[in-house]
Design a protein around this ligand. Structure first.
Ligand code: PMT
Length: 439
């Protein structure tokens, strides 16, 4: 591991017990670990546990003359090659975002020149709260890296994003970071998305004393089919026509939907991404295969979300053997592929349909045309081909247009977070449509 001297901050939350295993794993990866606990963390795990596991005295207070007589807090801040806070509670994130130094851990975080990495853990509603999201953004803008949180069932009985990443995933992320400062919270988005442990352990914590609102997501228990990734249209057995979709947007959406309690079936073109936890994944290659996979499974689905970048055309007659470069020119004849989204939207008693539109110009206007032409409930439009957002990138921005013409812009942000924001809008629109149908 690139980091030999890790200062592990533990804040208050039920996930504090995971920090014990994290300490062990960090040491096994070759790091010396010194632990700093907040007062609330001590209500969950005894300092002695960390002392035994780290082999170093545990630091608890800023104003502790005995401890300061040894390695004082400035020395400790200089000693650290990495400051890792796991779990990072909502309260701690808020204090860090505000630049406060009201205890040892926040003071060290300000006093160190080492990279700061947080593994958030909190109730899912607290994580989704705009205040926490704003704090997370603020911290990321300052170069703080977030690992997770993961999605899944929580100790408080709720389901969603908020669980601390498993210690093994955190250490793995640190090991795969090539050098200090190069660890991107964004490429850990998929780590967050893949880490769901079956047990329940994230609960509102002492640091996080706040109301825990019960979630009754209208998507809970609903069946959702999501398409993602590119398609490949064979030219011959070794070549194909493809596109730049990485699958990130669709996989992030699938994960966000699972977080709301939906049963998610993901039909994906070829991507390098692992299956998001809790999602049933069907891998396909071409547009025709995707069409067949979707149409064969659409019955009984409550929602259909078409994130995939499906090729509009395929090669009419792919060569059965590798084409040799004999001729100076080669002409490929292309024929139209079926439009999967339009086919689903046209089904009698079909699902609630959310389309995407990837446009290089007149984004909103063209997306609105697609929404109307295909008879969709919602469409999420993104600008592609530019320096920001869209295909391949870690971040994206969307303009969401509803059936009634309402427009909701979602600003540029990491795709995992954008997926949560879009899922909020889907939840709302789906609930509104269900209410109209029931009345
Ligand atoms: O995968 P990433 O790298 O994260 O990038 C994300 C993304 C840019 C691919 C994604 O945000 C996006 O915009 N997806 C839709 C891409 C697209 O093909 O847009 P379109 O405007 O060509 O198609 C409109 C809609 O019809 C889409 O929902 C598409 O899935 C659907 N479609 C298109 C053609 C076709 N034959 N069948 C379809 O279902």
């Amino acid at each position: 591991m690139a980091y030999r001297q890790v200062l592990l901050g533990v804040s208050g939350g039920i996930a504090a017990y995971k920090a014990a295993e994290l300490t062990r794993r960090l040491r096994a990866a070759g790091a010396e670990v010194r632990v700093v606990m907040t007062r609330a963390a001590q209500a969950f795990v005894a300092p002695l546990t960390f002392q035994a596991l780290s082999g170093n005295p545990v630091r608890l207070d800023l104003l502790d003359p005995a401890a300061e007589a040894g390695m004082d807090h400035i020395e400790l801040a200089r000693w650290a090659e990495l400051v890792l806070v796991a779990p990072a509670s909502a309260d701690l994130m808020a204090r860090l975002a505000a630049g406060m130094a009201d205890d040892l851990l926040t003071t060290l975080s300000l006093a160190t020149a080492a990279p700061l990495v947080l593994a958030p853990a909190m109730n899912q509603q607290m994580w989704r709260h705009p205040a926490t999201q704003a704090n997370a953004r603020r911290l990321e803008e300052r170069g703080v890296r977030l690992l997770g949180p993961a999605s899944g069932e929580q100790a408080c009985g709720e389901v969603g994003l908020g669980r601390m990443l498993e210690p093994a995933a955190i250490v793995e992320a640190l090991i795969s970071a090539p050098a200090a400062g190069n660890l991107t919270g964004k490429d850990l988005g998929h780590i967050a998305a893949t880490e769901i442990a079956p047990a329940t352990e994230t609960a509102p914590a002492a640091d996080d004393l706040a109301i825990s609102r019960p979630t009754a997501s209208p998507l809970a228990g609903r069946q959702v089919l999501v398409t993602a990734g590119p398609t490949r249209e064979a030219i011959d057995p070794v070549r194909y026509i493809g596109n730049r979709s990485s699958g990130r947007m669709g996989y992030a959406l699938a994960q966000a939907l699972v977080g709301r309690g939906a049963r998610v079936l993901l039909v994906s073109g070829p991507t390098a991404l692992p299956a998001p936890a809790g999602v049933e994944l069907v891998r396909v290659e071409s547009a025709l295969e995707m069409h067949e996979a979707v149409m064969g499974r659409i019955a009984g689905q409550d929602l259909f979300v078409a994130t995939a970048a499906v090729a509009d055309y395929r090669v009419a007659d792919p060569a059965p053997t590798k084409i040799k470069k004999g001729q100076a020119e080669l002409t490929l004849r292309l024929v139209r592929n079926p439009d999967i989204l339009a086919a689903v939207a046209a089904l009698p008693d079909g699902p609630f349909t959310v389309g995407f539109a990837a446009e290089t110009e007149r984004v909103e206007e063209q997306a609105l045309n697609k929404l109307r032409a295909k008879g969709l409930d919602m469409i999420a439009a993104n600008r592609v081909g530019g320096p920001q957002g869209g295909f391949e990138r870690e971040d994206n921005a969307l303009t969401v247009i509803h059936r009634d013409g309402r427009v909701d812009p979602l600003a540029l942000m990491p795709k995992a977070r954008l997926a949560e924001a879009l899922t909020d809008l889907i939840e709302e629109a789906y609930a509104a449509r269900s209410a109209t149908q029931d009345s």
